[in-house]
Design a binder for this molecule. Structure first.
Ligand code: CTP
Length: 131
């Protein structure tokens, strides 16, 4: 049976750290599904709307070679539902979330990968705003 990997993120202002985690997530299985967080979820979580809309972010992620399927993550409370819906064998998250999803290890493997150093959407937005 091919292994399905699931990962989540906002992936706003797409950068190398995003690409690297998607490539590394894909290496854990044969099918990679990515949940891209909804605009309204970001408003709640980060108190601002993403630079790129969810449709734009979905289109960018869906076009990446390692990605097989994308969907909009509507709520942070639905992780278990998404794992089941997409039959995920592995949940991959950046280690900024380390330990936070261990509760799902009853239904899939949970893996936290180190973040790519020195790059983030927030830092990029600040850098661009300052120029
Ligand atoms: N990520 C990563 N390395 C980075 C930045 C992000 O591995 N340098 C990973 C995160 O751990 C997450 C995914 O990419 O699994 C999506 O992260 P996201 O929050 O969308 O990106 P950030 O750049 O962290 O955004 P922000 O600065 O708004 O928090």
């Amino acid at each position: 049976m091919p292994r399905t990997v699931l990962t989540f993120g906002t992936f706003d202002v797409f950068h190398l750290g995003h690409l690297r985690i998607i490539e590394r997530a894909a290496s854990y299985g044969e099918r990679l599904v990515v949940g891209v967080s909804a605009d309204k979820l970001n408003l709640l979580k980060k108190d601002r709307l993403p630079v790129f809309s969810e449709d734009e972010r979905l289109a960018i992620i869906a076009a990446l070679k390692p990605v097989d399927e994308v969907f909009v993550e509507e709520s942070l409370e639905l992780k278990r539902h998404y794992i089941e819906r997409y039959n995920a064998d592995v949940l991959v998250m950046g280690d900024d979330w380390a330990g936070r999803f261990d509760e799902f290890s009853d239904i899939c493997e949970v893996v936290y990968l180190p973040r790519t150093p020195a790059i983030s959407t927030t830092a990029l937005i600040e850098k661009i705003s300052a120029t």
